[in-house]
Design a protein around this ligand. Structure first.
Ligand code: HEM
Length: 501
């Protein structure tokens, strides 16, 4: 009797596993791989509406801008709750195993995917790569050549031909080149006009594999169900495995190069990965993780911000004019001429441009959602009880649309809200504006990102005008960052200006 009971239960388990696998496969049938990542990962829709819009309506009506869903998920847009989880009660809100394990195939034990001691060590080493001296070097050695020799000539050609280009795609290629050059001294050359895979040392394949792998991992939204096809190496998980193999191969080569050039005065020896190699004693696997974590950090964040920036600017000629006038004034003060590259001081003086980019990210946060896991029972500000194992998610897209935080005109694009009477930029509390995160895990690349975005946006506004082609209202899609659905088709006009005296 006992034997048949255990046989029965084993059979039931097996049947269940097979049914789950079949369901998973039917829902996650691999699409045409050549066509890019699975469309499913790009959609996050509830009741027929994009999740961010749906949850914004919900949160703005909820008490303390916080709601709890069945299954232990809390969603909030409350600055007090954000301060509590990111700073005051930091130790009780790690990233947690749910997020860690799902992302582990891509991010391994890298800084984005670890907690505690492991994270602290990496944070200490990583911060060495973001000092002022390094930032100045990235500006002259990477941002300038990437903008002057690639981005602007590309736009000049587009203006001359009168063709429509996808500005989002261009900015993504720009950001990918930049993060690889700054990160590891590796140049994928995605912005080189006719760079096909062969011509750009396979950088294009690396970029595509990253995009697919990330989208496939983010489509693992059913907790733990993906483990079965992963184990069986079928469906999307088989596809993911192929993309990860490509990424591993690249990362390993990048690490090997970085080690070889460690002692020489090369771009690699001065890159973000250099302090990790200098530290010594880190395994090759962890160095691979460092590479893939940096790509995640810099890849689409700045390009998403700049895409929405140019989209907003196209319907705001007065804002565009103020940015242009500010550039003229900065050039006049420093004696610079149109087309010359901005130095650090000039970029600092562009306070209105800084405000306009910040205002863009308020309305279109590059990372619109983030989450923490609750390590022990707790009570959030506002009174909601949370239990061990629950996740607390916060929605920055909603926060930008909250009258309580930003006033009646919260849905308007108004860079002036960031300036004082003298026109100097006034930062906001990172808990009301957690775009770069807040507390001990605040984004390490914030200064670098602003420098990169201002250098590129300033040079583009100074020389070009962009007219958005097609329907005026653009929707978003979320693949970790807030991209523009369907890209941003624009026509480019070159505006030649006189040399500034
Ligand atoms: C507009 C551009 C950017 C935005 C909005 C942004 C935003 C963020 C956010 C929200 C986090 C926290 C993520 C989390 O832990 O869940 C973060 C962390 C981080 N960011 Fe950025 N980021 C930007 C650009 C960059 C760039 C260009 C780099 C460097 C290449 C960078 C490096 C990092 C690093 C290393 C962390 C991890 C910090 C830690 O966990 O201790 N970021 N960033």
């Amino acid at each position: 009797m006992e034997i048949s009971a255990s046989f029965l239960s084993s059979s039931l388990v097996l049947l269940l596993v097979l049914l789950l696998s079949l369901t998973y496969l039917l829902c996650h049938r691999p699409k045409n791989r050549a066509g890019g990542p699975p469309a499913k990962a790009r959609q996050f829709v509830v009741q027929g509406r994009p999740f961010l819009d749906w949850s914004t309506d919900l949160l703005l009506k909820a008490p303390a801008a916080t709601v709890a869903f069945p299954g232990g998920r809390v969603l909030t847009a409350s600055p007090a709750v954000i301060e509590h989880i990111l700073k005051t009660n930091f130790d009780n809100y790690p990233k947690g195993s749910r997020s860690n394990s799902s992302m582990a195939d891509l991010l391994g034990d890298g800084i984005f995917n670890t907690d505690g001691h492991h994270w602290q060590i990496q944070r200490r080493i990583a911060s060495l790569g973001f000092n002022n001296r390094s930032l100045r070097r990235y500006l002259t050695d990477v941002f300038h050549p990437e903008i002057n020799d690639r981005l602007l000539p590309f736009l000049s050609r587009a203006a001359a031909s009168g063709s429509t280009i996808d500005l989002q795609n261009l900015l993504e290629r720009f950001a990918f080149d930049v993060v690889c050059r700054v990160g590891f001294g590796f140049d994928p050359a995605l912005l080189v006009a006719d760079a096909e895979d062969a011509g750009c040392k396979g950088g294009g394949r690396f970029a595509r594999a990253y995009e697919s792998a990330l989208a496939l991992i983010l489509s693992r939204w059913r907790p733990h169900l993906w483990r079965i096809p992963r184990y069986l190496r079928i469906g999307n998980e088989a596809w993911l495995r192929e993309e990860l193999a490509i990424l591993d191969d690249f990362a390993v080569r990048i690490v090997e190069d970085a080690k070889k050039t460690k002692k020489k005065n090369t771009a690699t020896a001065e890159s973000l990965i250099a302090p990790f190699i200098e530290a010594g004693g880190l395994s090759d696997r962890l160095l691979r993780d460092v590479v893939l974590n940096y790509v995640l950090a810099g890849r689409d964040t700045t390009s998403a911000a700049l895409t929405w920036f140019f989209y907003l600017l196209s319907s705001q000629p007065a804002v565009r004019q103020r940015i242009f006038d500010e550039i003229l004034a900065v050039r006049a003060k420093s004696g610079g001429s149109v087309g010359g590259m901005f130095d650090v001081e000039e970029l600092k003086d562009m306070e209105y441009l800084h405000a306009a980019i910040t205002e863009t990210m308020r309305l279109y946060p590059p990372v619109p959602l983030d989450a923490r896991s609750c390590a022990g029972n707790d009570v959030l500000p506002g009174g909601m009880k949370v239990k061990k194992g629950w996740s607390v998610n916060y929605n920055m897209y909603t926060m930008g649309r909250s009258e309580e935080i930003w006033g009646d005109d919260c849905r308007e694009f108004r860079p002036e809200r960031w300036l004082d009477r003298e026109g100097a930029f006034q930062p906001e509390s990172p808990f009301r504006f957690p775009i770069f995160y807040a507390g001990p895990r605040m984004c390490l690349g914030k200064e670098m990102a602003y420098m990169q975005m201002k250098a590129a946006a300033g040079a583009m506004v100074e020389r070009f005008e962009f007219e958005v082609v097609g329907e005026e209202l653009r929707e978003h899609e979320t693949v970790a960052v807030l991209r523009m659905k369907g890209g941003l088709p624009v026509r480019v006009t070159e505006v030649r200006r006189e040399r500034v005296q």
